[in-house]
Design a protein. Structure first.
Length: 446
């Protein structure tokens, strides 16, 4: 029997996206929210809502016991975490299991495994995924780190074992840099994640960021191809598109990520992230055990509702598709319209006095914004996701230019001007893009 009512433990555009998928499935949508979101679209459209008032607005979405109590009070069968907040919190998942409430995502043990980059790296390497040379255990001694770097070759990168978002990463070019870099990385990791373990691996120069979308039911996994997401600021993606690879490479890496998901008994949506070097070689980065912001790109080029599929698998359904059912058509591009200064990327909270988002053939916009919406300064700055589909990449770029030109947002600063300049930039149009694209094109920042 399917879910009757699902609690959305999130806010903003992803909460609205989940709500729409639940409605399509005939499932009632419940939601928790803080004071700042009481008049937001997801809250207004939900069947039932519960306010969690906290002095720190983030705690309205991070208080595990309050969220679980709300789920019980509203008689929810399951909780959908979206992304961020509690989406990758194994303690939250275990508490839901204790209460007999389904978590729409992988189980706590899988989340714990994949949340530890050292353990995840080892597990995926054992499943056959390619990894960069590096340490298989935490490193705290500069001499040990330097000896490893001598073996694998400089430059290397120090990474936090827990967490993500680029926090704590340090590139090391020479032995004498290790002592300071290790201390800095450990300090930042301890502060951000409560875990100061770090490891060292080869730094991939001139890298591109490519990720694969996977859906699994605990036994079998299929993939929906790749997304290209190298245009980033502070390790956070700005532009995502797909497809990017040829059919042979897609099949090769796709088979590997499915094997990786099956090896850990993964259930739900997952994204396997890789760096690809200048020679075209792939190196595993991490697994994000949740729906991604950019899942929308894959939906446009495959025609499959990924959020709905994730919910159906969580209900206990077997995978309703085989790998042969997945085909790719055309090209899609997504621009994240963050409420930020387009030069310094500083958040720009405030009231959206007016806004107009484009529509028309091949255009999609996922947003919770509307005229009069108060953009909080305490949450992520994502205001809207603007997507286009085209017959090929050139067609999609032309359509994105038109869509950006039609977009109107007043009251807060936003990234539309930056995205518009990117769409005209020669390296972007030629596909000559690495993860240092923004740093290498400072003129784009105006």
């Amino acid at each position: 029997m399917g879910f009757q009512r699902v609690l959305i433990a999130n806010r903003g555009e992803i909460a609205l996206r989940i709500l729409r998928a639940l409605r399509d499935l005939g499932i009632e949508a419940a939601i928790v929210h803080g004071r700042e979101d009481r008049m937001s679209l997801p809250v207004r459209l939900a069947d039932v809502a519960k306010e969690i008032v906290r002095s720190n607005p983030l705690d309205s979405y991070l208080d595990i016991e309050a969220v679980i109590e709300a789920a019980k009070e509203m008689e929810c069968d399951a909780v959908h975490p979206g992304y961020g907040f509690l989406a990758e919190n194994a303690t939250f998942v275990r508490r839901l299991e204790e209460e007999g409430i389904t978590f729409i995502g992988p189980n706590a043990d899988v989340i714990t495994l994949l949340g530890d980059k050292i353990e995840a790296r080892a597990a995926m390497e054992a499943a056959g995924l390619p990894t960069a040379k590096g340490s298989s255990e935490p490193i705290s001694d500069p001499a040990v780190a330097a000896a490893l770097a001598d073996d694998i070759g400089y430059p290397v990168i120090i990474k936090a074992a827990a967490g993500g978002g680029g926090i704590g990463m340090q590139i090391v070019e020479a032995e004498q840099e290790f002592e300071g870099a290790l201390k800095l990385c450990q300090s930042r990791a301890r502060s951000a994640f409560g875990d100061d373990r770090v490891f060292v691996e080869k730094y991939i120069q001139g890298a591109q960021h490519v990720e694969f979308q996977v859906l699994a039911d605990g036994e079998r996994a299929i993939h929906f191809g790749e997304r290209f997401c190298s245009i980033q600021r502070r390790h956070q993606k700005l532009v995502e598109e797909g497809p990017w690879l040829d059919d042979a490479k897609r099949a090769e890496i796709g088979a590997l990520v499915c094997a990786g998901a099956e090896s850990v008994g993964y259930k739900g949506l997952a994204t396997f992230e890789f760096l690809r070097d200048a020679a075209g070689e792939f190196y595993f980065l991490e697994v994000n055990p949740r729906v991604q912001v950019e899942h929308t790109v894959t939906e446009l080029i495959t025609g499959h509702n990924l959020v709905e599929l994730g919910i159906r698998v969580a209900q206990g359904e077997d995978l309703p598709l085989t790998q042969d059912d997945i085909t790719w058509r055309g090209h899609a591009i997504q621009c994240r319209l963050n409420a930020e200064d387009p030069r310094e990327f500083i958040p720009s909270p405030g009231r959206v006095w007016d806004c107009h988002f484009p529509s028309g053939f091949g255009v999609r916009c996922d947003t919770h914004a509307h005229p009069g919406y108060e953009m909080p300064g305490c949450f992520d700055s994502l205001l809207a996701k603007l997507l286009v589909w085209g017959r090929d990449r050139d067609d999609a770029v032309r359509r994105m230019r038109t869509a950006l030109d039609e977009t109107v947002i007043t009251g807060v600063e936003h990234l539309v001007p930056l995205h518009r300049r990117i769409m005209d930039e020669s390296d972007f149009m030629a596909g000559n893009i690495t993860i240092r694209y923004i740093e290498e094109h400072p003129d784009l920042l105006g």
